[in-house]
Write a protein that binds this ligand. Structure first.
Ligand SMILES: O=C(O)C[C@H](O)C(=O)O
Ligand code: SF4
Length: 513
């Protein structure tokens, strides 16, 4: 096989997957958008999302800064050298990382060092299978860490919060799936897609769940029971009212695919793989002799091209109060903010995620954070020939991971605002009240949209933590986010969690008896 051509084909597959959302996913996002009422938070968030999808197309840049765990599923004709394909993928991964199409995402689990090129123990994941066709079928999913954290595995029978007892039957499975959507809230960047695996052991069950994510969104299950189950979940999960980013709204789930395999007599697992709206999976058929791409998968049917103009229209229709803030921010300005306000930030913000929060809990800050804004973000960055850094993608990361540290750090350093996604818990809410702080929710996955608000990179500290985890000093203009936790004890996340749990309880009665 032509090695160079094969490497080029794998590179194209990676870049397209990271930057160009497949047509079937776009259609699902478009349908969700049409269901929301203009001016609501959900509609505005979906506008940001569709604008972002279009920007990623135009810039050929990552849709979301978390380019995920690259997982390849490859079928090869008998006699094709799989080691050669693996080498081509490794080289293509390295090139795509260098070109800013992938974030360096492979981190040593013991010492935290980032390999810098997306290669390392266990990365990327490549699964080979042989088949009797004469071409190669190569599929890739880039599934981000935030939604991966919301995967869940149930061992039946069990007792589930809200929805009650789940037994070892189809109705028990139904309850687990409904619960899985509830427990994800907005933290996996809803509206999401779920792949469900029934049976297997703990690892093959999850693998089956992830394999379901390779099915097309419009695909209809051949198994009659599972088809009914998928339809049921699609209708009723959307009655939970979690909505886009957990802001409330009509659409919480964009797709549900269920697969089944045999199990051991003692085990009964239901495994759920949760994928964010930034559902980056594509596939190609490759000529086994030339290494060239023959055909793309998931790209049939109606094309959906989003435009960027509706964003401003939505903002005009919105009834939210819009407050412009220039960092550094005073306590008085923060205390004036209420849940539901839209904030536009100008000036500086500093990125800080997992490593920085742990570091700041026992060390001094490299910069004065008094009155400043911390952005939970691990960007994609590229350095030019002059040594200047450029932001290639910079959306928020899931904030709840910083819950153990956030309140103390805000108080100690005088931080007034944190921006992230998915909300934080009671400890942070209490600290916001005591100290005079605010939590701002940005739209998860909208990495191009936010990168566009960043007008300059003024510095960086703690680069030893690697690109996603370093503290980047960013100068922003018109960085827009919604107040979802304020200094008066209000949390939209707490409210939506409570109301969706009440709604979940309505699905307690048996359906598939
Ligand atoms: O790692 C990130 O940048 C984001 C992550 O995928 C998340 O959803 O929290
Ligand atoms: S930030 Fe959101 S959209 Fe991006 S990978 Fe994480 S869960 Fe997905």
């Amino acid at each position: 096989m032509n090695h160079e051509q094969l490497q080029q084909s794998m590179y194209t597959l990676i870049v397209e997957t990271s930057t160009n959302l497949p047509k079937d996913v776009r259609r699902a996002v478009k349908a969700a958008k049409e269901r929301e009422n203009a001016g609501t938070r959900a509609a505005m968030s979906l506008d940001t999302i569709t604008t972002n999808i279009k920007m990623a197309d135009d810039n050929i840049s990552p849709i979301c800064q978390d380019t995920g765990m690259p997982t390849f599923k490859i079928k090869t004709p008998v006699g094709v050298n799989q080691i050669q394909i693996q080498k081509a993928i490794y080289a293509a991964m390295e090139q795509a990382t260098k070109d800013g199409k992938l974030r360096p995402n492979s981190v040593d689990s013991l010492n935290g060092s980032n390999s810098g090129n997306n290669l390392g123990l266990g990365t990327p994941v490549i699964k080979f299978e042989q088949w009797e066709e004469d071409y190669i079928d190569a599929r890739l999913i880039l599934k981000g860490g935030g939604c991966e954290n919301k995967n869940i595995q149930y061992s039946l029978p069990c007792e589930l919060e809200g929805i009650g007892k789940a037994g070892r039957d189809l109705d028990g499975i139904r309850k687990c799936i409904m619960h899985s959507v509830y427990q994800a809230q907005g933290q996996g960047c809803s509206a999401g897609f779920i792949g469900v695996g029934i049976g297997g052991d703990r690892s093959s069950g999850y693998d089956l769940a992830k394999t379901q994510l390779f099915r097309g969104v419009d695909d209809v299950n051949e198994n009659e029971d599972l088809r009914k189950l998928e339809e049921y979940v699609m209708t009723h999960a959307n009655e939970l009212g979690i909505g886009t980013m957990g802001f409330g709204g009509e659409t919480t789930l964009l797709g549900c695919k269920v697969g089944v395999m045999n199990r051991l007599p003692a085990s009964f697992f239901v495994s759920v793989a949760y994928n964010c709206w930034a559902y980056r999976r594509l596939g190609v058929s490759v000529n086994a002799e030339t290494g060239e791409i023959n055909e793309w998968y998931y790209q049939d049917g109606e094309d959906v091209s989003f435009d960027t103009a509706q964003k401003e229209e939505q903002e005009i229709k919105s009834e939210s109060r819009v407050v412009t803030l220039q960092a550094p921010i005073t306590e008085e300005q923060i205390r004036d903010l209420k849940v539901g306000d839209v904030v536009k930030i100008n000036g500086m913000m500093y990125t800080g995620r997992d490593a920085i929060h742990k570091y700041l809990s026992t060390n001094d800050s490299p910069v004065d954070l008094n009155g400043q804004v911390i952005y939970h973000c691990g960007p994609v960055m590229l350095k030019d020939a002059e040594g200047q850094w450029h932001v290639k993608a910079a959306g928020p990361t899931t904030s709840i991971r910083e819950e153990p540290y956030q309140g103390d750090i805000m108080k100690r350093f005088g931080i007034r605002a944190v921006i992230g996604k998915g909300g934080m818990g009671p400890k942070t809410l209490k600290a916001l009240g005591e100290h005079g702080g605010v939590y701002l929710n940005a739209i998860g996955g909208a990495a191009q949209y936010y990168a566009d608000c960043i007008k300059g990179v003024e510095g960086v500290d703690l680069m030893n933590f690697g690109i996603p985890e370093a503290m980047w000093h960013l100068r922003v203009e018109g960085f827009t986010a919604v107040v979802t936790m304020d200094s008066h004890g209000n949390s939209l996340h707490e409210e939506v969690d409570k109301s969706s749990l009440e709604k979940l309880a309505k699905f307690k009665e048996p359906v598939f008896a």
